[in-house]
Design a protein around this ligand. Structure first.
Ligand code: NDP
Ligand code: 2IT
Length: 444
């Protein structure tokens, strides 16, 4: 396999899919060497079969808004690879959603899910519907229309969706309800469900907590921990909130959070009372992060990212490509020692190069944020056996999965000088398991 050639061919076949090309390029260039040690892979054209999704569903969603206007949106489900388990991955509702973004996310999910040690394939779905500014009744009507198409393609042993940007407990509840109505079956087809109907304890916390468990492993290998460390967090949604909560619990200080309009900088630190305010603001009142600055009298910067502030650790937890080369150089200049990604692909390729050249700790999303889908996998198990585990039990399992992902990254990513290339480690470890499963299952 020649990574550059494979990538060129994919770009030619699937033009105008920049995010998909970006995700594929990162994986191909880091697995090339290992892949070429296995001539049987090339003979089976494993690489194209791994890069191109198994199938993509695309449909129109029609719904009626509160004023009686008939609205249309696009809906998608990308079923990328089910070599090691049913397709599994979140649903994103955001105005920016398009096929390129969902293909990149489904591709990444395949390797991430492989790393979790649990039997899950990779998929992703969503819509260009933006929940921002919509009433709960509008969200429900939209979700019900979305499900009128999606329900045929998913199922507990086929494809198990969950949340992502714009999709939290409220949206999963509506999806589950409509799915149940259409199929007339109560099954574990979604994860991130409410606790009363099969949801796992710790699933809401899992991505943020998991990211910090992973970060702690990286810091431990450097002989340090989070005590007294200043953390820059972006986003203020599900992942950012529980990232901040765990940082506080372990003695770190969070000084920034953001949303799509701007960021707040609170040099005194966002303590647990202030974090509760953010959770209420974002999850219940669906307000803007600017309101935090108005309430607590701190700095708010409109239209900017938090990466220019001084911090020891950066935890990007909002969206893809939110941290570019200039941001990375600023972070390094300010003494940043570790970056651990809660979001999917938040750092641009240039930013990653800056981090790796500076030899700081850098964990890509597919390793660091795998805690969310891991607890989704544990939710599937609990649904299958019709039991629910205690929060402590789930948290312990989450911790041990994050430790094992860290070990896999170290095993496959340690370079000659001892520097751990977590990107390479995660990609090679994730790839090998899927590749072996595909080889064993024949040419499909
Ligand atoms: P939420 O919708 O709960 O929160 C998203 C946050 O990011 C919000 O603060 C939002 O701001 C901000 N944001 C979204 N889009 C943009 C944008 N284009 N520019 C700037 N800010 C933006 O989503 P999650 O917390 O669930 O997801 C955050 C990231 O984590 C995503 O990359 C997701 O793929 C990833 N992830 C999520 C997992 C999960 O279990 N939920 C698991 C693994 C990864 P605003 O309020 O203005 O919309
Ligand atoms: O990106 C992700 O890993 C998620 N949004 C969670 C997927 C899941 O199935 O829990």
């Amino acid at each position: 396999m020649n990574a550059a050639k494979v990538l060129d061919a994919l770009k030619h076949r699937f033009p105008n899919e920049a995010e998909y090309h970006q995700a594929v390029e990162e994986v191909l260039t880091t697995i090339e060497e290992e892949y070429n040690k296995h001539p049987e892979f090339d003979k089976a054209n494993l690489i194209e079969r791994l890069c191109i999704p198994d199938r993509v569903y695309q449909f129109r969603i029609t719904w009626v808004d509160d004023k009686g206007n008939v609205q249309t949106n696009m809906g998608y489900r990308v079923q990328h690879n089910n070599a090691i388990g049913p397709y599994k991955g979140g649903i994103r509702f955001h105005s920016s959603v398009n096929l390129s973004i969902l293909k990149f996310l489904a591709f990444e999910q395949t390797f991430k899910n492989s790393l979790t040690t649990l039997p899950m394939g990779g998929g992703k779905g969503g819509s260009d519907f933006s929940p921002r500014g919509k009433s709960t009744a509008e969200v429900m009507r939209f979700v019900q229309s979305f499900m009128l198409e999606l329900w045929r393609h998913i199922g507990p042993e086929t494809d198990v969706p969950a949340g992502d940007i714009g999709v939290g407990g409220r949206e999963i509840g509506f999806m589950f309800g409509m799915y149940k109505k259409l199929t007339r079956e109560f099954t574990g087809t979604f994860t991130g469900k409410g606790r009363e109907f099969g949801g796992s304890l710790i699933r809401p916390e899992a991505t943020g907590y998991g990211n910090i468990y992973f970060l702690m492993e990286m810091l431990k290998a450097k002989g340090t921990d989070l005590k007294g460390k200043i953390c820059l967090v972006s986003g203020s949604g599900n992942v950012a909130q529980y990232t901040a909560e765990k940082v506080l619990e372990l003695g770190g200080k969070v000084v920034t959070m953001s949303d799509s309009d701007g960021y707040i900088y609170d040099p005194d630190g966002i303590d647990s009372e202030k974090l509760n305010y953010i959770m209420e603001l974002k999850n219940l009142n669906r307000g803007r992060i600017r309101e935090y600055a108005e309430t607590y009298g701190c700095k708010y910067v409109e239209g900017a990212k938090p990466w220019g502030e001084k911090g020891d650790i950066a935890l990007p937890s909002a969206t893809q490509n939110e941290l570019n080369g200039d941001h990375a150089r600023q972070l390094i200049a300010n003494g940043c020692m570790a970056v651990s990604e809660g979001a999917n692909m938040p750092s641009t390729p240039e930013a990653i190069k800056v981090f790796q050249d500076a030899k700081i700790l850098y964990a890509p999303g597919k390793a660091a944020n795998a805690g969310g889908v891991s607890v989704s996998g544990l939710e599937m198990t609990q649904n299958s056996i019709k039991l629910s585990w205690s929060a402590e039990e789930v948290d312990e399992k989450l911790k041990s999965i994050m430790v094992s992902i860290h070990e896999a990254c170290v095993q496959y990513g340690t370079e000659a000088d001892g520097y751990v290339n977590y990107v390479k480690g995660a990609n090679v470890a994730g790839f090998m398991k899927v590749a072996k499963a595909m080889m064993a299952q024949g040419i499909l």
